[in-house]
Design a protein around this ligand. Structure first.
Ligand code: KG4
Ligand code: ZN
Length: 361
């Protein structure tokens, strides 16, 4: 059962063909990084316009690489939330057009559910019949850290009702903090991969950057304090001057963010009595995060499933797969469904410091 996934929630235009076993037949991502880089962040109106330019060629390319026509598809899956409204509308309108024109079933997919299920994708390249599996199984605790979201979930299955947020960030997402810190110290956009590379050569202990939300019992995160600490340092002392100074700031910042993410994910798995931790989202591409999580899981006797980087950063394969599972359950959405800027997953953490999570196992 081949399903086409379409993704346009933020600054990547994606189309993919995946089957319900998670095998990726094609996954095309057209990045808008160069378009937004001069502004140091995503400009929503530019994003929507570029999705309009890119969506048709990206879909054509995905079909070409999978070597299938629209008539061979069992359905269409499209990201309908959360994301930038104008950006989401482009993918949703195109998906609805194809579904209506070809009389194909369509399902709307929550982008965060896509990220959480991306660990089951098997990428083998064209012509491979099996792909590589991460070996993950339900139930697991997922650490989802991206540019727009950072939260820990308990995931018991693929349905919305099987997924429960255990705690999230009260302010900035982890990726957002990486991007903002990179900006104040004068690095490019997006900051995450640049900080990752520079931190590898730095001394994490040189600048005493305070640990974010270190309270042992909380599964909530806060990254705005770390970001402000670096911004204040730059305001008082100027931007780091030498390559070594830049590397040391990157290393110190990355260390406290990674330690906070990993410590809370481990605590969540222990409280939930779940044996597996899954990394998800763009920040899961971070090498120190992958290594620190592997070491901490080994010490705690937990298993860690880390998807390949192409499955962590935004892609349409994860949307196609999440949709394929819904279609395989016999579900489909009416063509009248709309987009939403917020996730459909229930939340326990309110941004800006609302009610605290209930951490009972
Ligand atoms: O999941 P994603 O591709 O898009 C969203 O849904 O937000 O995540 C993008 C975020 C950006 O903030 C980017 O800086 C961050 O992920 N990121 C990284 C790395 N690669 C991407 N952060 C830290 N280290 C990396 N290697
Ligand atoms: Zn994402």
């Amino acid at each position: 059962m081949l399903v086409m996934g379409i993704e346009s929630s933020c600054d990547e235009t994606g189309a993919a063909v995946v089957d319900e076993s998670g095998l990726v037949h094609a996954d095309v991502v057209r990045s808008q990084i160069a378009l937004h880089a001069p502004y140091g962040g995503v400009v929503p109106e530019l994003a929507s316009r570029d999705h309009v330019r890119g969506i048709t060629p990206v879909i054509r390319e995905a079909l070409r690489r999978a070597n299938v026509g629209l008539d061979q598809l069992a359905g269409i899956a499209v990201t309908s939330r959360p994301g930038l409204s104008g950006a989401l509308l482009v993918g949703v309108q195109v998906a609805k057009g194809i579904a209506w024109g070809r009389d194909l079933p369509i399902v709307a997919v929550d982008h965060l559910v896509g990220h959480l299920l991306a660990v089951f994708l098997r990428r083998g390249g064209t012509g491979t019949s099996t792909g590589t599996s991460t070996g993950a199984e339900f139930p697991f605790v997922a650490l989802l850290a991206s540019g727009g979201h950072t939260a820990i979930y308990r995931v018991d299955g693929h349905r919305l009702s099987d997924i429960r947020e255990l705690g999230a960030t009260r302010d900035d997402a982890a990726g957002e903090a990486f991007d903002k810190v990179a900006k104040v110290i004068g690095l490019g956009y997006p900051g995450g991969p640049i900080v990752d590379r520079l931190a590898a050569k730095g001394d994490a202990s040189r600048f005493a950057i305070p640990a974010p939300m270190a309270r042992r019992d909380s599964l909530e995160f806060s990254f705005s304090g770390v970001k402000s600490f670096v911004a204040r340092h730059v305001a008082e002392h100027g931007k780091p001057k030498t390559d070594a100074d830049v590397a040391d700031v990157c290393a110190g910042f990355q260390r406290v963010v990674v330690e906070s993410l990993v410590a809370k994910a481990i605590r969540a798995a222990q409280a939930q009595r779940v044996r597996t931790i899954v990394l998800a989202g763009g920040v899961a591409a971070n090498r120190e995060l992958r290594q620190t999580a592997a070491d901490a899981c080994a010490r705690a006797g937990l298993s860690l499933a880390v998807p390949p980087i192409a499955s962590c950063t935004d892609n349409a394969a994860m949307i196609a797969y999440a949709g394929a599972l819904r279609l395989a359950d016999g579900e489909r959405d009416d063509l009248s469904f709309s987009i939403a800027t917020r996730t459909a997953l229930t939340r326990v953490t309110r941004k800006g410091g609302g009610k605290r999570a209930d951490h009972a196992p």
